[in-house]
Design a protein around this ligand. Structure first.
Ligand SMILES: Cc1cc2nc3c(=O)[nH]c(=O)nc-3n(C[C@H](O)[C@H](O)[C@H](O)COP(=O)(O)OP(=O)(O)OC[C@H]3O[C@@H](n4cnc5c(N)ncnc54)[C@H](O)[C@@H]3O)c2cc1C
Length: 603
């Protein structure tokens, strides 16, 4: 694990004073907007960038922004796109975003005029450094926010996005107070992701901003802003001869219809890719995803490692994604100390992530008891978005999309490389059954979840020594799960699961059924997501993998599906390099060169 991200994982909020729905920056001693804020957005950005006409064209409109602020440019443009039914992907960054509570207060006031603010306040990410992708307005509007400095955001875009941006809004604080946001190198990077004839607009008319944009390939002009102010700048990208952004494929094949396959298939179908999902069994969710009640739980680490970043981002994205599928958090979950997650480590988690938003909250013992309806021995951490999920129904819901053809009873036993269209192996440990992938170090761990009847079922889910989550019928709960390297008999597993109930709740609890399955894990317990590599570490074209989700399929699948679909379609993934490296299968090739093959993997 790379410990290099520890210091930057959580970022401080902007220091602001808010009057009405208008923030004022105490850090930059500058306003976020003028008094006629929404008109100003149209006058300075939308009009001069030619977007009033552009929203009438077909296809996704890609707009970049430096300085998300209070989200006003986004909200006004999103409203225009919604009016014309034009898909929008707005990518914005902010090194000191508003605190989620401040944002929620402002959003509430603005939502009467711009209804998307209500949805955005729900979806607004906590102050965790990195990429946060949000799907709004039924999927018509996508917002990718980078919390962190503009240099890093643009470095990521220029590596992964290609020349796809149709317009850029430069909306940082005034250039004399915020020099980094207007640096010439930044403008050059910005030019590198512009589609031909892309437009740019900024409220400033500073000569050095104009010169930097000129040098980056934009033909700039002054825009008369009287009587509001003298002038602003707008321009058009004139550099020619560069390759356009890569288009996504028309078709793709996914092998395996568990949660991993369903998530990536859905993310591709939403990008207008025609997807065939080939499944060995006679229905979706026949493998580990057959578990009827399992937890969405981030199992946060906060140790500064890439894995900690991965878990945190995957949890935040997946909680949001589930909402967009209409699966709203119901009971929430309490994490109590257990095993090596001691009370101190839980306190450390609360201290680390607590200031970033209300997505996790420390509770004292009595508060926890109230949420749970059970006596508790310790303080706990409350996760409002964590919940028990019906994975089989979720798989079916994800596969239910006009762009997905689900083909059951079709075991795939060979793949021809090179393949014409992208092929995604999401067949759990069977993903290694092909010459191109047998270097993957995967194995199966068996497990069981029990349904129990209880005198006093929990009001919320309990996480600690496994999980207990309210059942789908009165007076029941699901409790799990065992982790069996070689399969146990079911009664032994039931016994072990009943022991997971707090002592005060064990009397009278009875198992009324169980579900058994095997989860696929990798040799280092991290997922395997992305490209496949040959022995020379060269990428095998068009073959991808998404597996080894271990006991965290609910957390990893949605995020990994979105990241992988973005990569396959030539878009930038909402994952920074530390995450992409952590779950890349190249790690096995590198290690194998040093220490040989594990878990039956072969060259
Ligand atoms: C007891 C237990 C409890 C769990 N609890 C939780 C929990 O609380 N929270 C959580 O997040 N996760 C939990 N998990 C883990 C979670 O279930 C998995 O991470 C997730 O379901 C993995 O999804 P998958 O799509 O990768 O694999 P699977 O669901 O196993 O899907 C793989 C699919 O590929 C198909 N397939 C295989 N070979 C081929 C082939 N050659 N051709 C075509 N199709 C093929 C299979 O039939 C299967 O449908 C639990 C797992 C178990 C076993």
């Amino acid at each position: 694990m790379r410990p290099d991200v520890a210091d930057s994982e959580c970022i401080g909020p902007a220091r602001v004073r808010v009057e009405g729905d208008s923030p004022y920056s105490l850090d930059y001693q500058d306003i976020y907007h003028s008094a006629d804020a929404e008109r100003e957005v149209e006058r300075v950005f939308i009009g001069p960038c030619g977007l009033t006409e552009a929203v009438r064209q077909p296809g996704t409109l890609w707009v970049g922004e430096l300085g998300f602020g209070s989200g006003l440019n986004f909200a006004v443009l999103a409203a225009l796109c919604m009016q014309h039914n034009r898909p929008l992907h707005l990518v914005s960054c902010d090194a000191a975003p508003l605190h989620p509570q401040t944002f929620a207060d402002i959003a509430q006031k603005r939502s009467k005029r711009l209804p998307i603010y209500a949805e955005l306040a729900q979806a607004y990410p906590p102050l965790i450094q990195g990429w946060h992708r949000r799907h709004l307005a039924g999927g018509l509007i996508t917002l990718s926010l980078y919390w962190g400095d503009a240099q890093s955001a643009l470095a990521h875009l220029s590596t992964h996005a290609g020349r796809r941006f149709h317009a850029w809004f430069l909306d940082g604080f005034a250039p004399d107070r915020n020099t980094g946001m207007w640096a010439p190198e930044l403008m050059t990077k910005l030019g590198a992701v512009c589609a031909p004839n892309a437009t740019v607009a900024t409220f400033t008319s500073a000569g050095r901003v104009r010169r930097a944009l000129d040098a980056a390939g934009f033909a700039m002009r002054r825009v008369d802003q009287r009587p509001h102010k003298r002038e602003s700048l707008a321009g058009i990208y004139r550099a020619t001869g560069q390759a356009p952004a890569r288009q996504g494929p028309r078709q793709a094949t996914v092998v395996g219809a568990g949660l991993a396959g369903a998530c990536v298939a859905r993310a591709l179908a939403e990008r207008a890719v025609a997807v065939q999902v080939l499944e060995a069994g006679d229905a979706a969710a026949g493998g580990a995803s057959s578990i009827p009640l399992s937890m969405l739980h981030g199992r946060l680490l906060a140790d500064g490692s890439s894995e900690a970043r991965l878990r945190c981002h995957a949890y935040l994205y997946s909680s949001h994604r589930l909402r967009t599928l209409g699966i709203l958090p119901d009971t929430g979950a309490l994490q109590v100390p257990a095993g090596n997650m001691t009370s101190q480590r839980l306190r450390d988690l609360a201290e680390h992530y607590g200031p970033t938003g209300s997505w996790l909250q420390p509770l004292d013992r009595l508060e926890g008891q109230q949420r749970m309806g059970w006596a508790l021995e310790h303080d706990s951490l409350w996760f409002p978005d964590s919940q028990g999920l019906d994975m089989p129904s979720l798989c079916k819901r994800l596969l239910d999309h006009a762009g997905i053809e689900f083909i059951p009873n079709t075991p795939v036993d060979a793949i021809a490389t090179p393949t014409e269209h992208p092929l995604i192996l999401a067949a759990a440990s069977a993903s290694t059954h092909f010459p191109a992938t047998r270097y993957l170090e995967l194995s199966d761990v068996h497990g069981q979840v029990d349904m129990v009847t209880m005198e006093t079922p929990p009001l919320a889910s309990l996480l600690g020594n496994g999980y207990v989550t309210p059942g789908q019928t009165p007076r029941t709960a699901a409790v799990g799960s065992t982790y069996e390297y070689t399969p146990w008999d079911a009664s032994r597993a039931t016994e072990a699961n009943l022991q997971r109930l707090p002592e005060s709740q064990r009397a009278g609890a009875q198992s009324i059924g169980h579900a058994r399955a095997t989860r696929c894990v990798s040799s280092d317990r991290l997922p395997v997501v992305g490209d496949v590599y040959d022995q020379n570490h060269v990428c095998v074209p068009n073959v991808h993998v998404l597996t080894a989700l271990g006991s965290m399929g609910n957390v990893y699948s949605h995020y990994a599906g979105e990241v992988l679909a973005s990569q396959i379609c030539g878009e930038f993934p909402p994952a920074d390099e530390s995450i992409s490296e952590a779950w890349s299968s190249l790690r096995f090739r590198r290690r194998q060169a040093r220490r040989g093959y594990r878990l039956g993997a072969q060259p």
